[in-house]
Design a protein around this ligand. Structure first.
Ligand code: HEM
Length: 382
């Protein structure tokens, strides 16, 4: 059976809310339990949240154990198909207003980064020509300071996890649990029953997200869809992230696409040149929801601002060793400084689920869970 994944803190600790998160008093962060709510930034607990979160984590773990019974073969439950894991530089803009110059966003600072591009669907053998939500995990290395995950408080990494759609199809844990009770995994989608679980709004987002066909992962825009804190103390704000490629629409989908043509498109582009993305932050304005991940924060009301550039240098990444490295990485929005604390119910579920499934995946594969340094290289010519 599955072990208990977390303990609900006593009611008193939840009541710490606002000031506990460095509110008006500017107090430092308290014990970093995800059940603490930042009411000032608009977080609210969903009813029965902890039990539902535990149920979701249990179902996702079971799905992995069932689908990958052979030792050493376990993959991610969602986003198992990688188009490539590439090294990059993440360079913060040389000048930023104080309100944006928070956490890792120190003007002019450059970080080593790893980026893993993926398809969202739970079936890693699905051809790239099928519609899908695509994802990217961005991991910055050399980030000093204590991090939010108690089990990895001294990790030197900050992650950003984004997909090719600006909203997420489920907001409350009950809907998400209902969805995966009907399917077999977090990313499996039983078309006939999904509307019952998600409602029309969530269903519409899921349909749009999952019908996307793309020509190259390096030419797409990606969004965090869910919000994050930016800064600490009284001046903290709620923000969302996005990355925008410098090149859009140059590539086209091949007429007879091969199953892995997205990997091939990345391989061809990086064999001869670099790829760049702008990293953008959108600061929430009054009235925008932190809990409802199904509603977009409109850009004409809250514009995205460039805070960094991601430079992916020319490289040979398509090697078994680099792929194995990428598959052994663990991305989670909770690999984060307190200044970038994930917000909202979806992120709170992810805290429990990502840690649990990463732990299970590595255990089943007999691989070590270790954050990278950024100095790893697998191309013998480098
Ligand atoms: C309750 C909501 C969610 C659940 C239960 C969930 C579940 C998962 C799981 C189980 C994984 C695999 C993790 C691993 O094995 O290490 C994963 C990966 C991923 N998820 Fe989610 N997810 C949720 C919400 C989201 C949202 C809102 C986004 C939008 C950005 C997202 C984007 C991704 C991406 C891009 C990856 C792949 C990261 C990588 O390359 O390792 N997920 N998710």
């Amino acid at each position: 059976m599955f072990k208990k994944l977390f303990r609900v803190p006593p009611a008193g600790s939840i009541a710490l809310v606002d000031t506990a998160l460095g509110g008006a008093s500017g107090a430092p962060f308290p014990p970093r339990d995800y059940l603490l709510i930042d009411a000032k930034l608009g977080e609210k607990r969903w009813s029965d949240e902890e039990a539902l979160t535990e149920r979701i984590a249990e179902l996702v773990q079971r799905s992995i154990s069932d689908r990958y019974p052979k030792p050493g073969t376990a993959r991610r439950d969602a986003h198992p198909k990688s188009h490539g894991c590439v090294h990059a530089q993440f360079v913060v803009e040389p000048a930023l207003p104080l309100s944006l110059a928070q956490g890792v966003f120190i003007p002019g600072v450059a970080y080593k980064a790893w980026l893993r591009f993926s398809n969202g669907n739970g079936d890693p053998t699905r051809p790239d020509s099928d519609g899908d939500g695509r994802g990217v995990g961005i991991k910055l290395m050399g980030v000093p300071g204590n991090k939010l995950l108690a089990s990895e408080v001294h990790a030197n990494t900050q992650d950003f996890v984004l997909i090719t759609h600006p909203t997420f199809f489920a907001d409350d844990p009950a809907r998400y649990a209902a969805l995966i009770e009907r399917g077999t995994s977090a990313s499996a989608f039983v078309a006939a029953t999904a509307p019952l679980a998600l409602g029309w709004k969530g269903m519409w987002i899921a349909k749009k997200m999952r019908s996307k066909r793309i020509a190259s992962p390096l030419e797409e825009r990606y969004w965090s869809t869910v919000p994050f804190s930016h800064g600490s103390g009284a001046g903290r704000r709620a923000v969302k992230y996005s990355i925008r490629p410098s090149v859009v629409g140059v590539s086209t989908i091949p007429r007879n696409p091969r199953p892995d043509y997205l990997r091939e498109a990345m391989e061809a582009a990086l064999a001869t040149g670099e790829a760049h993305f702008d990293f953008l932050i959108q600061v929430r304005v009054e009235g925008m929801s932190v809990e409802d991940s199904r509603v977009e924060w409109l850009e004409n009301e809250a514009p995205f601002v460039k805070v960094a550039t991601i430079i992916i240098p020319s490289q040979i990444f398509n090697t078994p060793a680099q792929d194995a490295f990428g598959e052994a990485l663990s991305f989670t929005p909770w690999h984060a400084l307190p200044e970038h604390r994930p917000l909202g119910g979806v992120n709170r579920i992810r805290k429990v689920v990502y840690e649990a499934v990463s732990e299970l995946r590595h255990r089943l594969n007999g691989t070590e869970r270790r954050e990278p340094t950024g100095d790893e290289r697998f191309d013998p010519s480098e």
